[in-house]
Design a protein around this ligand. Sequence first.
Ligand code: CO8
Length: 257
Amino acid sequence: MAYVEFTAKDHVGTLTINRPEALNALNDEVIRQLDAVLDSIDCAQVRCVIVTGAGQKAFVAGADIAQMSALSKEEAQAFGKLGNDVFRKLETLGVPTIAAVNGFALGGGCELAMSCDIRLASEAAVFGQPEVGLGITPGFGGTQRMARLIGPGKAKELIYSARNIKAPEALACGLVQAVYPAEELMAQAEKLAGRIAGNAPIAVRACKKAINDGLQVDMDQAVEIEEQLFGSCFQSEDQKNAMAAFLEKRKHDPFIN
Ligand code: CO8
């Protein structure tokens, strides 16, 4: 059974969590398939990846509660580690990722969206970390990524209260970058992905690495990371061609690297 589908066209990949009968809930098998699909993405060809959920109702309604309910402490930690490892792989994928949040993004689903670089939501999207209502903490990085994305105060309010929020509030607090009518969401995600894919790929990848790695260290180290990556772009054909085209007042060739 394919619970995770991947298609690619014009340098843009679309990864779909496909378990709509359980609102795309993440069981062990879904997470392992996600891991394998991430490993299979050829970042030399695919320049941006959209992550979404199958069906009209859910992006991902969380980790699979039925599967989790009987876990021992050791099994729960192993399940948490599996999810964390795979979500880190998504977060550090060589190319930008856009979560197209088409419905419920709860618990592990909100955590999956937060592991992407950018989040676009449909007007029907609902976000939340309901874990404390189930007697657990978030387990796939939610306490860490939410605090970093929207600040500790708002993250604590949402996580301690297990309150779900709708798309407008998610937009207001910076959890998502834009909200669209449901029928426009994928087209808007593809438009943004296409625009990203149309830029110099080595430079875009370097920007992702600079931002992600720079956020883990102090500012002195962070600007050094940027210096290194900035310098590395000058070894690319794209830099030479694009700057020459500007100076010669002509349209530059498509970016190649
Ligand atoms: N797990 C398993 N099955 C689910 C889940 C889930 N998270 N969410 C929905 N389903 C199933 C339902 O059981 C139902 O199945 P069936 O038709 O066989 O009865 C089907 O999907 C449809 O769901 P509903 O009938 O409930 O649909 P509604 O429209 O009535 O409600 C909701 C939609 C509000 C989204 C509701 O389904 C819901 O509240 N779901 C659970 C949301 C939730 O609490 N998610 C967080 C789970 S905890 C988590 O994600 C922790 C992550 C870290 C784990 C680390 C482990 C160590």
